[in-house]
Design a protein around this ligand. Structure first.
Ligand code: SF4
Length: 115
């Protein structure tokens, strides 16, 4: 099966062709090895960094922005979003604080501070 992907690793945006078979993944069109690694991962085990926001109870802002500290499997994004939606925090929250730990091999961390 052939797939065309736009590499998102750098702004150049190379169009990469991936030929996926039982023998593996053959890559062409990449401008550098990082693009080949990205395309192989995208075809075999795609991952995404999830960004969202968690409700703050009693703070000077209603929400605090969060993200996964590391990318999670793409097929787990809805489960990650369910955990984030169910979570509330009390201030103070500092950027980098762990908001939810142990989520598919990583943590959900705050990306801003709220008093
Ligand atoms: S293949 Fe390399 S040069 Fe091309 S967009 Fe990806 S990272 Fe950038």
């Amino acid at each position: 099966m052939k797939r065309k992907l736009v590499c998102i690793v750098c702004p150049r945006g190379c169009i990469i062709e991936a030929d996926v078979s039982e023998l593996g993944v053959e890559i062409s069109g990449n401008g550098c090895p990082k693009g080949a690694a990205y395309a192989k991962e995208e075809c075999t085990a795609p991952v995404r960094t999830v960004t969202s926001a968690v409700r703050v109870v009693g703070g000077n802002e209603a929400m605090v922005s969060v993200k996964t500290a590391k990318p999670v499997p793409k097929d787990k994004i809805f489960e990650v979003m369910r955990l984030i939606r169910a979570k509330t925090v009390a201030p103070p929250v500092s950027a980098g604080d762990v908001i939810i730990s142990g989520v598919f091999g990583t943590d959900i961390i705050a990306t801003k501070s709220v008093e």
